[in-house]
Design a protein around this ligand. Structure first.
Ligand SMILES: NC(=O)c1ccc[n+]([C@@H]2O[C@H](COP(=O)([O-])OP(=O)(O)OC[C@H]3O[C@@H](n4cnc5c(N)ncnc54)[C@H](OP(=O)(O)O)[C@@H]3O)[C@@H](O)[C@H]2O)c1
Length: 322
């Protein structure tokens, strides 16, 4: 496994981050396709053994049970100093007033709830899951700064939003001497490259680490177009993100993978790893070979011609996933 610095921080992260949205109780929250604790633990262990030190979850994933399962597995299989743990805040955790969002009240409560479920004193990276248009950004950034100063998070990061919103958050923090975001977790893969217009150049210019989510387009880049899996049949959010014209890109991935005799997932992930803005894709793994392919992708070098063949069929997409 290779390790790189997360943006301009001194923090070493593996080039593959294990996305933990896959792990959680299927009857809690909105993801019916998740793996329960017994099925999740071997995959978390496998990731650690493969040298993956970076794990991403969120308070909302499976209604907090992802944090519980992942926190316990990491405590059982590794030492706290050895892994980099990221979680998120913003999504609704209960109905009614103050049940979600990025107010001072929500952030200061949610960090404590997350730490309780994870069974740790601190997270390495505390991320805002989305922008909160109903809370002044000053309130959010000061509350996040206080979380860091209280020792509950080592760094802060952000996730999908417009580049102007991210920029506004960063200059608000800078103007007030508060902690700035060190990472952007955004929707970026061969089927969705709108981030190349504004967000990725901004992150490169500002030294912000980039952690693409759904790097395999939730599995679409790994199989024939239209194939239905257990997950895809109930993945309501994922089923809104892509369009029929994307089929040609999947066919290009297939040609290159067949020529090289490697699984398609390796080619699609390798393309992302070749983008110099990308720090570490956040992969979803529900089977052993998903982790094996992700790890192998780090070593797979694609030629300029192959990179061009993968990129050529892309057409603009409506902004999605914010
Ligand atoms: N910040 C955000 O808003 C946000 C949004 C989404 C996700 N995330 C993060 O990103 C992580 C990854 O998201 P994701 O699960 O959508 O990522 P993904 O890697 O694009 O999709 C994972 C799915 O791809 C298929 N797959 C993976 N490896 C494969 C392989 N080697 N061969 C064949 N199929 C393979 C599986 O689909 P099947 O199960 O259908 O076979 C798997 O469930 C999440 O866990 C979460 O941490 C964040």
């Amino acid at each position: 496994m290779e390790y790189v610095k997360l943006g301009r921080t001194g923090l070493d992260v593996s080039r593959i981050c294990l996305g933990c949205m896959t792990y959680g109780l299927p009857d809690r929250g909105t993801h019916e396709w998740t793996l329960d604790e017994e099925a999740s633990r071997p995959l978390i262990r496998q990731a650690l053994e493969a040298g993956i030190n970076f794990f991403d979850t969120a308070n909302v994933y499976s209604d907090g049970t992802s944090e519980e399962i992942v926190g316990k597995a990491l405590r059982d299989f590794a030492r706290r100093d050895e892994f980099v743990l990221a979680t998120k805040v913003h999504g609704r955790m209960r109905p009614g007033p103050n049940g979600g969002g990025l107010s001072r009240k929500a952030i200061l409560s949610e960090i404590d709830h997350s730490l309780g479920r994870l069974g740790t004193d601190y997270v390495d990276l505390y991320q805002i899951h989305r922008y909160d248009h109903d809370t002044p950004i000053e309130e959010t950034m000061e509350a996040l700064h206080d979380v860091v100063k209280a020792g509950k998070a080592r760094y802060i990061g952000a996730s999908s939003m417009y580049a102007w919103e991210f920029s506004k958050a960063q200059y608000t923090a800078e103007r007030n001497g508060w902690t700035k975001f060190v990472s952007m977790q955004n929707h970026y893969n061969l089927l969705y490259r709108e981030e190349e217009r504004e967000m990725l150049p901004l992150c490169a210019d500002q030294g912000v680490g980039v952690l693409p989510w759904s790097p395999l387009a939730r599995g679409r880049l790994t199989r024939d177009w239209g194939t239905v899996t257990e997950r895809s049949s109930t993945d309501n959010f994922g089923n809104r993100l892509y369009q029929d014209g994307d089929r040609a890109i999947v066919e290009a991935v297939t040609r290159i993978a067949d020529d090289r005799g490697v699984p398609r997932a390796q080619v699609a992930l390798s393309w992302l790893l070749h983008q110099n803005t990308v720090t570490a894709p956040i992969i979803g793994a529900s089977k052993q070979n998903h982790i094996e392919d992700a790890v192998a992708a780090v070593e797979l070098a694609l030629s300029d011609k192959e990179l061009e063949e993968l990129e050529q069929p892309y057409g603009p997409h409506p902004i999605s996933g914010h």
